[in-house]
Design a protein around this ligand. Structure first.
Ligand SMILES: Cc1cc2nc3c(=O)[nH]c(=O)nc-3n(C[C@H](O)[C@H](O)[C@H](O)COP(=O)(O)OP(=O)(O)OC[C@H]3O[C@@H](n4cnc5c(N)ncnc54)[C@H](O)[C@@H]3O)c2cc1C
Ligand SMILES: Cc1ncc(C[n+]2csc(CCOP(=O)(O)OP(=O)(O)O)c2C)c(N)n1
Length: 579
């Protein structure tokens, strides 16, 4: 019997190394679903409860394994994919999205569930086409995969339901894919010029992003040779922090004063594989070098003096022979001293566990860090969980941390944990979830049950949209519409078939986490945290301090004295730390 288009799609995905399709089936997608059923378990259909969660799960899988797939049915089904696909695309995660659509002969008639997939996915994809004839499909899918993997991001294949049922057509072009990993580094002359600049500079800081993922040893070697402190971005942290005697932490609002100071006290700052977005944290008075495999990105965040195209691993391998050992390590030692001081201060929040129903999240995160496996995968919700993950979860070289880092969307942690658990069944997966974030896509807790995924979800229940509450206070606005009346998440989990544990008392935190991590199946640990836990940035602007005071006075005027006092108390140590 002739192969059908749906079968051809599935065969090509399998050949490209796709292990799963995260989707909600329906109408136009049913033939693809059926072709997966008949694929002898070479590819798995993961039945999600919400397509957005499916796209997040696929993004996490793609980040860990290099390629993944999600699908949505006609109209609303694939519209739900959009937010998760933005996240995947912005993260550079190669995800193939199959957007099935209404029958091709209905196009342009405002038919039931009709959308224009080309318009819809235009801004969150490298490749975005629709196959309206069987002859188009194999070329488009081959190209979609080629684009997603080589350009790093999303490819969308629009696929009308009627086309999936038609006989497949052989194409004169290739149906297989090519995963080429070229060596990319700057020209010799540029490397010599860079070496000369490094050799003549005295105070040098390296700032490393996720582009250093395959260059840990080269970064450490360079930093030792030139006595340079090594700061890193959030996405770079897990690849750069470990086994690195010169690391001085992250910068940015969630970062530490040490990285900020080192970058600002340098005469040369070298940006390696980073697109760190917050320009206000970039120094203005020093020379800046930027190296990135995507040269079109160079210079868009800072006044870069020297911009070079290269993969960090290959560039540093070629550069190191040109760099002699420096002798003066005064600058490095000064920055390391500051970092040691900053780390001591961070520990003070950990030592203070908080009180009943107001448990300090720093203490919770630190306990997770101590108890988690050496090769655990952490997912962190957008919101304050990013702060706790950034500051208290340590890289070991084997751990991973996934978040919605570039797109910054809420509700990512739980569905990303689903993708991580399926992609890496041998690794412990721990989601740090906000109560707001978890509420958004709660239904997919059922997916965890259905697929028996042993993920551990730690809900930081602060009864508020904590990060926004903080933003409003810093801006001088009294926080408003940020409180949340939550369900009992532990009971919700139990009702859905997941072991649920509620922790009100700081003295129960360690035992509850220990037991949860030892439990074979999934566990949701709901920790009642301090709603006023505040994280101050490494650089406090006077305006921000003034904003904080203004918010306080507005609350006082509104008679909310108790809240004011709690906030002042919990802020006091942070403010002391950074001034
Ligand atoms: C609530 C919230 C708060 C946040 N606060 C902070 C914060 O305070 N500090 C912080 O750092 N981040 C923070 N982030 C994350 C931040 O938004 C960015 O996602 C992060 O800083 C980007 O890290 P990056 O530069 O390593 O990654 P990307 O932005 O993905 O950039 C990586 C760069 O490396 C290049 N590259 C990839 N591979 C290679 C290679 N092999 N060789 C050379 N180049 C390569 C890519 O082309 C790209 O330009 C926050 C996120 C959230 C959600
Ligand atoms: C989908 C989406 N909606 C709104 C926002 C704006 N936002 C950023 S953080 C945040 C609060 C998150 O609250 P929660 O999940 O409870 O975590 P917390 O900060 O309290 O730890 C909001 C509303 C966003 N980033 N994404």
């Amino acid at each position: 019997m002739a192969q059908k288009v749906a079968e051809q799609v599935v065969e090509m995905l399998i050949d490209a190394g796709v292990k799963r399709i995260y989707a909600v089936t329906g109408d136009s997608l049913n033939h693809v679903n059926d072709a997966v059923r008949r694929s002898d378990d070479k590819i798995q259909w993961v039945h999600m409860r919400h397509e957005e969660a499916g796209a997040y799960a696929a993004a996490a899988e793609a980040e860990l394994l290099g390629i993944a797939c999600c699908a949505g049915s006609s109209g609303p089904g694939h519209v739900h994919l959009v937010n998760g696909l933005y996240d995947a695309h912005r993260s550079g995660a190669p995800v193939i999205a199959i957007a099935s659509t209404c029958p091709s002969h209905q196009f342009g008639t405002e038919y039931f569930q009709e959308t224009n997939t080309i318009r819809l996915f235009d801004d969150c994809s490298h490749y975005n086409h629709i196959a309206v004839t069987p002859a188009q499909l194999p070329r488009m899918l081959q190209q979609g995969i080629q684009h997603a993997v080589s350009k790093k991001g999303v490819s969308v294949i629009g696929l009308p339901g009627d086309v999936t049922e038609m006989d497949a057509v052989e194409t004169p072009s290739a149906t297989k894919n090519y995963f080429s990993e070229p060596v990319i580094r700057p020209a010799d002359r540029d490397l010599h010029n860079l070496a000369a600049l490094i050799n003549e500079s005295e105070r040098i800081t390296l700032f490393c992003g996720i582009g250093c993922a395959d260059a840990h040893d080269e970064v450490v070697e360079l930093s030792k040779r030139i006595h340079a402190p090594v700061g890193y971005s959030f996405r770079g942290k897990m690849f750069v922090q470990h086994d690195n005697p010169n690391e001085i932490g992250m910068t940015g609002l969630l970062g530490l004063p040490s990285a900020y100071h080192s970058m600002h006290e340098s005469d040369l700052l070298i940006l390696l594989g980073t697109d760190f977005p917050y320009e206000q944290f970039m120094p203005k008075d020093c020379k800046i070098v930027q190296i990135d495999v995507k040269p079109e990105r160079i210079g868009r965040r800072a006044k870069v003096d020297v911009g070079l195209c290269g993969k960090i691993e290959h560039t540093l391998q070629a550069l190191l022979p040109l760099i002699p050992q420096k002798t003066n390590d005064e600058f490095l030692q000064g920055q390391l001293k500051l970092y040691a001081h900053v780390k001591d201060n961070l520990q003070t929040y950990v030592d203070d566990k908080g009180t009943k129903n107001s448990i300090h999240p720093e203490f919770v995160a630190n306990t997770i860090d101590r108890l988690a496996d050496h090769n655990a995968i952490f997912t962190v919700d957008t919101g304050m969980c990013c702060v706790w993950g950034a500051r208290y979860i340590h890289g070991t070289g084997k751990r991973s941390m996934i978040g919605s880092f570039n797109h910054g969307s809420m509700a990512n942690a739980m569905p990303q944990a689903i993708g991580a658990a399926l992609a890496c069944p041998d690794r412990q997966v721990i989601a740090l979830a906000g109560d707001g974030g978890l509420s958004m896509l709660l239904g997919d807790l059922s997916t965890i049950v259905q697929y028996k995924l042993p993920v551990k979800i730690v809900v930081f229940n602060n009864r508020s949209l904590g990060m926004v509450k903080l933003e409003m206070e810093v801006a001088g606005l009294p926080d408003w519409q940020t409180d949340m009346q939550n369900p009992d998440f532990a009971l919700v989990a139990q009702a859905m078939g997941i072991k649920g544990v509620k922790v009100n008392d700081p003295d129960q935190v360690e035992q509850a986490l220990r037991e949860a991590f030892l439990h074979q199946g999934p566990v949701l640990i709901e920790v009642m945290t301090d709603p006023n836990a505040l994280a101050m940035p490494p650089k406090v602007e006077f305006g921000q301090m003034a904003g904080m005071s203004l918010a306080m006075s507005k609350l006082i005027l509104n008679g909310q004295m108790g809240e004011v006092w709690d906030t002042i108390k919990s802020n006091y140590k942070h403010i002391k730390e950074v001034l």
